[in-house]
Ligand binder design. Structure first.
Ligand code: GLV
Ligand code: MN
Ligand code: MN
Length: 477
């Protein structure tokens, strides 16, 4: 018998839906369910949405405008407080505010309706034809740590807007609305709080409270800084940023891998199954200080040496877990008064430790605390502060979204693999608002958080296509 599925698409569709319709007419509900499932498995889209069949089966209509995207990446990188190729874009600075304007303009050009919340999370929505349903969201951040690169986060914001453009150009019509989100301050640079915007969206009352008092290293309060950027106006309240669980039916973030695996294995797409659990700690020691020549060694209590010893203890506690998945970094050590001929009277450390195993990560945090106490005692300094700024649990990606991302990669003929994310992302917190998934693309040598960070136009385009197709699928569920 001739195979109807080798006929041209319209004929194939006609045959397929006639068979199904006839079949349904003569069967009961149970068989009907099974049939719908077969239809869905066959087509990779929900059986009730024939209007959007084309894009989900004929992926050749998905085309990314590489040229414009590269220009946007380069232009966005110009909003920086460090000279190129470095990018420094810190929350609520003039450069951040200009970059936000740039993003809102792109959202407008994409025909999205824009809104901003009290801390400057920016949302651009494309209405689906069933606006009463929870929408599907995608996005990332554009803030950049000091002297970093131009792809971290940016690919997930510009890429999300381009994914919407890709879908619009293909003629696709979403059922659930699609929303691009640009999150405020994924990086902890200014106020020491990572994923500030998404953490508030996920409903962190502790953070809402803490932000009333939080100041940056120049003693500028969070509230003043956000007001100067045009947010937290008089009537605004941090609790208004909260989003109810289920506000979105799905959230998907596109991001560079920030690790070497995809490039080394020659795989185009990473599908994230879990995000490792990060913790950050601030520690302060105080001693008597004094003259670098006059105070003899037995009479010193050097806060700087206490910090140095604790930094080595962090490394020791991480390594003694015996697990390659446990990491620890002391990225900040400040000494006071910071003069070559003065014994440090104060030291301040900021410690980042992460693991895919939350219990193991917690036990490292506990050991760091014990070491801080012991070092203070041994060196006769005061442990004047030990603050666990955050100790977040890991997040798991949602199975349905993982399957949609896998199906999208397969349809696009892109090699893919499952992997965990060792970096944290706004997705860690969005997982508390809705089912979450992440798409990784390769980056040069896995470099990130430095100017050499790079992802090729081809890899970015691949990621955007997978994102577009995944959003399309999820919007029809
Ligand atoms: C995010 O930038 C991280 O530090 O993982
Ligand atoms: Mn980053
Ligand atoms: Mn990032």
């Amino acid at each position: 018998m001739e195979n109807p599925f080798t006929h041209p698409l319209p004929l194939r569709l006609l045959c397929f839906f006639c068979c199904i319709t006839l079949f349904l007419a003569f069967t009961d509900g149970e068989v009907e369910d099974a049939t719908i499932k077969i239809m869905q498995d066959f087509s990779g889209y929900p059986a009730s949405e024939p209007a959007s069949f084309d894009i989900l089966t004929s992926v050749s209509s998905l085309s990314v405008d590489d040229r414009s995207l590269q220009t946007q990446i380069d232009e966005l990188a110009l909003f920086s407080d460090a000279p190129a190729p470095s990018v420094t874009r810190v929350l609520y600075t003039d450069k951040d505010v200009s970059a936000r304007r740039y993003i809102k303009n792109l959202m407008k050009l994409a025909g999205l309706s824009i809104r901003e919340d009290a801390v400057g999370n920016i949302f651009g929505q494309w209405d689906g034809h069933e606006t009463q349903l929870a929408g599907v969201a995608t996005g990332s951040h554009i803030d950049a740590i000091p002297y970093s690169g131009k792809f971290d986060g940016v690919v997930g914001v510009l890429g999300a807007i381009e994914a919407i453009n890709v879908l619009k150009r293909s003629g696709f019509k979403p059922k659930r609305s699609l929303e691009v989100v640009m999150f405020t301050s994924e990086e902890p640079t200014r106020f020491g709080i990572s994923c500030l915007g998404s953490r508030l969206m996920a409903g962190s009352e502790a953070l809402e409270k803490a932000l009333q008092q939080t100041v940056d290293s120049q003693n500028v309060s969070f509230l003043d800084a956000s007001r100067s950027a045009g947010y937290m106006r008089d009537h605004d309240d941090l609790s208004s940023v909260r989003m109810k669980k289920g506000s979105y039916s799905a959230f998907v973030e596109l991001h560079i891998e920030q690790g070497p695996i995809l490039e080394a294995e020659g795989v185009s797409i990473g599908i994230v199954t879990a995000i490792a659990a990060p913790a950050s700690i601030k520690v302060d020691f105080e001693g008597n200080g004094g003259h670098a020549g006059a105070v003899l060694m037995p009479y010193r209590n050097d806060a700087g040496l206490a910090a140095a010893e604790l930094a080595l203890a962090v490394e020791e506690h991480v390594l003694e877990t015996g697990s390659i998945d446990t990491v620890g970094t002391v990225g900040v050590i400040d000494l006071h008064p910071r003069a070559i001929n003065s014994i440090p009277s104060k030291s301040h450390l900021e410690i980042d430790t992460r693991d895919i195993d939350e219990m193991r990560r917690n036990s490292v945090v506990e050991k760091i605390h014990q070491s801080a106490v012991a070092i203070a005692k041994k060196r006769s300094v005061i442990l004047s502060g030990f603050e666990i700024v955050n100790q977040d649990p890991p997040a798991l990606a949602d199975e349905t979204i993982i399957r949609a991302m896998e199906a999208a990669s397969q349809q696009l003929n892109l090699t893919h693999r499952l992997m965990i994310s060792r970096a944290y992302h706004d997705s860690l917190f969005m997982a508390r608002v809705s089912p979450m998934g992440m798409i990784f693309i390769p980056c040069y040598k896995g470099y990130s958080h430095k100017p050499e960070e790079y992802a090729s136009a081809e890899d970015i385009a691949n990621g955007i296509k997978v994102l577009a197709l995944t959003l399309a699928k999820l919007s029809l569920y």
